[in-house]
Design a protein around this ligand. Sequence first.
Ligand code: ATP
Ligand code: MG
Length: 715
Amino acid sequence: MVQIPPYPTPSGQDTGAHHGARRTTPLHSVLPAGATVDPNLNPRQREAVLYLDGPCLVLAGAGSGKTRVITQKIAYLLRECSYPARQVVALTFTNKAAREMNERVRALVNPQWLRGLTVGTFHSLGLRFLREEYASAGLKRGFSILDAHDAQALVQELLATTDRARLRAVQQTISLWKNALLDPDGAAHAARDANEAEAARTYRSYQATLMAYQSVDFDDLIRLPAQMLAADAPLRARWQSRVQYLLVDEYQDTNVCQYQIVRLLCGDRAMFTAVGDDDQAIYAWRGATSENLAQLGRDYPQLRLIKLEQNYRSVQRILQAANEVISHNPKAFEKTLWSDLGLGDPIRVTPMDSDLAEAESIAMRLSASRFERQAQWKDFAVLYRGNHQSRVMEQALRNLRIPYTVSGGQSFFDKAEVRDMLSWLRLIANEDEDPAFIRAATTPRRGIGQGTLQALGTEAAHRGVSLFTVAVEVTEAILPAARQRQAVQDFVKLIQNFQARATNRETPAGIAGEPGDGAGRILDDLLTAVNYERHLYDLFDDRQAQSRWTNVLDLTDWLKRKAAEDDMTLLELVQHVALVTMLDRSEDDEPDAVKLSTLHASKGLEFPYVYLIGVEEGLLPHRGGTDEGDDSEAGAAAQVRRIEEERRLMYVGITRAQRTLQVSWCRKRRRGRDDVACEPSRFIDEMGLQAEAAPPAGDMEPDRTLGLLKALLKK
Ligand code: ATP
Ligand code: MG
């Protein structure tokens, strides 16, 4: 176990000197109440925004304006309290939430005061930290970040298993250990059975390999800063002086590591505001612990606790249903939530014959409803428990030509085959990118295995150079086996051949009328040289291999077109792709489209009209993990905790809706090749609603529909 020293007391470095000078009198007592913040804030919200005398926790239910408090407080700090933007840090749960918060702050504050403001996730803050402090972490400047795919491939290689369930379990265990700040020794010590002991051994080699590759994974982006801040007092002092005020949204979903970062960055001054709702804690499976809410009170006895009670998001019926459901969970904190937005339409619960019928019916109702309400597509959201549920819904929406976006799903550039091909291009463009080297050298297999990579990696780390550099001059001392050396040399030659052509242009080099040796031709040659199609057919059944190969061809066709249109070299093309993939992920401009989203990814968002689909036993609550069928006392307790988390997920889903909520469940659902009979979720009963016999044609009460139609006709 890595020891976190007791709460550090930075001596002689009161990094708040600047701040202290500014605040001899508590600010809120010298400012006329309400004059400096949004006059619409209610008194409790205003109190939370103005409070600067110490740590502050806002604990309140969904839609009560917690995120609004954070945005307003950032504006207040910059505008009224002359905090320099670069000393204010706000942490959100997703990149998307960060972008939204940035936009809202931008609307409130003069842009010139915003320079240097950090609004991001714990991960992006961790990355910034490591970009500066890489040397203390034993990393080279150009260290790489393995994404979830790369990390999984590595664990798979180390475990030497094709058992996907086992692979996922081990990966999750390692991740939980990392987030609990356990190192491989600590994990070996904590392992309770043979499975965990194997996971701990895998963890050890995984960590060693990451180091050899000079790479970190996503968990390391949080774990390393937490460890380094705890262990290194001067470093801590430096960072504490840079973070004069910290704000944390969705605090209930932080894990041990993230909480340590909050503590260590804030230091003794404890100038922070955290907001959260224990009823919306839905990431326990990833090591988050809403215990952190209670822990805050223990660690900071001076903590100011502020509760908000008015919900500004949902009509009463929706709020009532949400409150009913969550009342079935044990209460850690007493909370009330009310709304004065009117009663609203009744919540409809509709049984459907199958998931197909459900999707078709919703697509039609949604379309009718948009017309009746004169709403926009983006006012509608369809929410579900599991990623796989989007497919049928997407099909139904496409049939009716309804535009939609899927969040929490896989994008084209996340597909394994696309990433494989891009890794070849990335390596040709930048030979120092180690993860690209690893991926290209091992996909398809060409005699370069784990042992070879580890030998190259150790040498590279020792000399502080890239894997490719070592590979170019590979010696017998590094790789004793001639066969291994040959494989590496062949690979290097292949890459170098393409590198030599990478700056060629299509047009000038060619004889008139003939295309020259530009990006288009190089891409064709690369496909042949890599022999990727064969690799796919070796690995997958024909149908899968074919669909994956089609994706590869889509990618290369698109690249070739781009190269021809803009006369780009291969090098320029690769940089362009990096930009596109970044844009692809950022969803910058929200199009007018129906939002399909998992419940997890819908956290913090709101939509006027929400459809909650597949609300069945086994799906929501989701069928159990390892605890299912475990009759022991511990197994039963784990099961209860799991159902409670699923209930919070249901609560999150219901509370996304502003005006109407439609709940549906299927009597039958396809599982593999069979149709399985399904039961409505217990959560439907718990909402205090009755199921209806037949699905309605539209979403509105008939008389209101009629009225609206009349109004429309009159226009
Ligand atoms: P969640 O728990 O789902 O994250 P939240 O507590 O963060 O919700 P917000 O998203 O901040 O709630 O606010 C919910 C909605 O209520 C938003 O549309 C917000 O603009 C609005 N709102 C918040 N406070 C007020 C207020 N004082 N007056 C009017 N509208 C408000
Ligand atoms: Mg929020």
